[in-house]
Design a protein around this ligand. Structure first.
Ligand code: ADP
Ligand code: F6P
Length: 481
C-alpha cells in the first residue's frame, strides 16, 4: 500500500539519553506540533534528525534509539556534531533563517556552511530514496531541506514530491543577495507542488524563479521541459479540537493546578487585574525585546494600570549555540531585570519571565487563564500560538493582539492587529484590549473560532496532498499540449 513519507529536520520527538534509557521529549515549533497531528492519523513514516549526534550515541544504544523512534512512526537520519554545526546551526540558522526573516545584517554567507548543508541534504535524500516505494508520496518540509526535492527527483523521476516552506519566502530584493540563490531554487524545483503559508510568500518565490532562472512562470505554475510545477498557498491550521477540548476539560475540572492557583491569586489581588500572555521560542524574529520595551512604554503612558496588569513571558530555549540567540537571551534577561527592578512594588511584579519549555497541560493553563495574548513577531511565517490561544477561549472571552507581520494575521482580521515597531500603537492597543467590553470580545472570538475550526490542520494537510496528487496526474498531459 502506498504510504506518505514526511521528511523534516526535526522529528515530532527529540531523544535524550538518560541513565541507560532513552527519553523521547515532544518537540516545540510549528512544524512539529502541526504535523504531529497529521502523522498520528494516517499511514505515514516520518524521517528526520533525532536531536542526538553520532558522538552522543554509543554503539550499544543504537537499537534502543531505533526502537524509541519506531514507537512514534519515525526513523532517524544520523548526523555528526560537525554536520549539525554546519547544516543546522550554520547554513539553516545563521544564513537562511535571518535572510528569510528580513534580518539581513545577521545573515552569514560561509562557504563551509553551504557545503555541509548540501551534503546533509544529500543524506536526507538518500534516506528517502532507500525507504520509499515508487508509488509513495514524499512530503518534504522547510528551509533546512530545500535541496532535497531535486536530489530525490534525480533518482526517482516518477516520485510524487511535495515541498512546504514553514517560514516566509522573502522578496526578490532580499533573496537575490544569497550567493547560492540559483542552487536553492533549482533544489526546490525538484518538487511537483511547492506550498507556502501565504499568497505573498508564493508571489515572492515565483518572482525569484522568473528573474533568477528565467523560467516560464504563469499565475501559479512553473513550466519545465518535461513537467509543470504547481505553486500555491496553504495557510497551516491547528489541531483545533485538541486545544478546544483540553480547555473544556480544564473548565469542567474543579481541581485547579498549582499554576492555575497562582494565576487566579494574581487576578484576585485587585479588581480588574489583567494577565497578558506572550509565548514564543526565544528568537529575534519574534520581537520579544521590543514587546518588553513596549510594555514599559505602556506602563509609563498609562500609569493607572500599574499594579493592575502583569505580563507573563514564556520563552522557549531555541538554537542556543547561535551567537544572536545568546545575545538576545542576555538582552531579555537584562530588560526584564531592569523593568521589574524599577517598577515593582511590594505587591506587584510587572513581568513574570519563564525561560523553559512547558508540558501541554501547563500551556493550556496559561492560554485559558490569561485575558490577553500579545504576540508581536517582527516576521513570522505563520504563528500557530495565536491560533491555539483562540481555540482555548471556550468561554468566549479574551483578546488577541497580533503583529501584522505574522502569516496568521492574514486569516485573523478580528484580532487587534498592530505594527510591532509602533510603540504608540502597541500601548494604545493594549489599553483597548484591557477595556474591551465582553460582548465585543465574544463577537470577535466567535468569528475566529468558526474559521479556525473549519480550516484545521487536517484540512490543511488534505488540501496539500490532494493538490499534489492532482498535479501529478495532470502534469504529463499539460506538457504534451
Ligand atoms: P515557531 O514554529 O516559529 O516556533 P509557532 O507559533 O508557529 O512558532 O509554533 C510554536 C509551537 O510550539 C506551538 O504549537 C506551541 O504550542 C508550541 N510551544 C510554544 N511554546 C511552548 C512551550 N513553552 N512549551 C511547549 N510547547 C510550546
Ligand atoms: O516553524 C519554523 C521552524 O523553523 C520549524 O522548522 C521548526 O520546527 C521550528 O521553527 C523550531 O525550530 P528548530 O527546529 O530549529 O528548533
Amino acid at each position: 500500500m502506498a504510504k506518505t513519507i514526511i521528511i523534516s529536520n526535526r522529528l515530532p520527538v527529540q531523544l535524550q539519553i538518560g541513565k541507560g534509557t532513552i527519553n523521547a521529549i515532544p518537540s516545540v515549533g510549528g512544524l512539529a506540533t502541526g504535523m504531529k497531528s497529521v502523522h498520528k492519523g494516517g499511514e505515514s513514516l516520518w524521517i528526520g534528525w533525532s536531536g542526538l549526534t553520532d558522538e552522543d550515541i554509543h554503539i550499544s544504544l543504537a537499537p534502543k534509539i531505533d526502537e524509541a523512534l519506531a514507537k512514534h512512526g519515525c526513523t532517524a537520519v544520523n548526523l555528526s556534531e560537525q554536520e549539525v554545526e554546519g547544516f543546522y546551526y550554520g547554513f539553516s540558522n545563521r544564513t537562511i533563517w535571518p535572510l528569510f526573516h528580513y534580518f539581513m545584517e545577521y545573515a552569514e554567507f560561509e562557504l563551509d556552511f553551504w557545503e555541509t548543508y548540501k551534503s546533509v541534504n544529500q543524506k536526507f535524500a538518500d534516506a528517502i530514496i532507500a525507504q520509499s516505494d515508487d508509488d509513495d508520496i514524499i512530503w518534504v518540509h522547510d528551509y533546512q531541506l530545500m535541496l532535497v526535492p531535486q536530489m530525490v527527483k534525480e533518482k526517482k523521476p516518477n516520485a510524487s514530491i511535495g515541498f512546504f516552506l514553514h517560514i516566509p519566502f522573502p522578496s526578490y530584493e532580499i533573496f537575490r543577495t544569497l550567493p547560492w540563490r540559483e542552487e536553492v531554487l533549482k533544489g526546490l524545483l525538484g518538487a511537483d507542488l511547492i506550498g507556502f503559508h501565504t499568497y505573498d510568500y508564493e508571489r515572492h518565490f515565483l518572482s525569484s524563479v522568473r528573474r533568477l532562472l528565467g523560467l516560464e512562470v504563469s499565475f501559479n505554475e512553473i513550466y519545465l521541459q518535461n513537467r509543470v510545477i504547481k505553486v500555491d498557498s496553504f495557510p497551516m491550521g491547528i489541531d483545533y479540537n485538541k486545544f478546544s477540548n483540553a480547555a473544556k476539560k480544564k473548565m469542567a475540572n474543579a481541581q485547579r493546578s498549582d499554576l492555575q492557583e497562582k494565576l487566579d491569586s494574581h487576578k484576585a489581588s485587585a479588581p480588574g487585574t489583567k494577565l497578558v500572555l506572550s509565548i514564543d521560542r526565544l528568537d529575534y524574529s519574534k520581537g520579544i525585546a521590543k514587546r518588553i520595551n513596549a510594555f514599559e512604554y505602556f506602563l509609563n503612558k498609562y500609569p493607572e494600570y500599574q499594579e493592575k496588569i502583569r505580563l507573563i513571558i514564556l520563552a522557549v530555549p531555541s538554537r542556543s549555540n547561535v551567537p544572536q540567540y545568546q545575545l538576545l537571551k542576555r538582552e531579555i534577561d537584562e530588560l526584564v531585570g531592569r523593568i521589574n527592578g524599577e517598577l515593582a512594588t511590594v505587591n506587584w511584579t510587572p513581568i513574570w519571565y519563564f525561560y523553559r519549555s512547558l508540558p501541554f497541560d501547563s500551556l493550556i493553563d496559561l492560554y485559558t487563564s490569561c485575558d490577553i495574548a500579545w504576540l508581536t513577531p517582527l516576521r513570522d511565517g505563520m504563528n500557530l500560538v495565536a491560533k491555539e490561544y483562540i481555540a482555548t477561549r471556550t468561554k468566549g472571552t479574551g483578546v488577541l493582539i497580533l503583529s501584522e507581520m505574522a502569516g496568521s494575521a492574514y486569516e485573523m482580521n478580528e484580532a487587534l492587529l498592530i505594527n510591532p515597531n509602533n510603540f504608540e500603537e502597541q500601548a494604545d492597543t493594549l489599553k483597548q484590549a484591557i477595556t474591551m467590553p465582553e460582548e465585543e470580545q465574544a463577537n470577535r472570538i466567535e468569528i475566529l473560532q468558526k474559521r479556525l475550526s473549519r480550516y484545521n490542520v487536517e484540512v490543511w494537510a488534505n488540501s496539500f496532498m490532494e493538490t499534489l496528487i492532482q498535479q501529478k496526474e495532470e502534469s504529463p498531459a499539460r506538457v504534451a499540449k
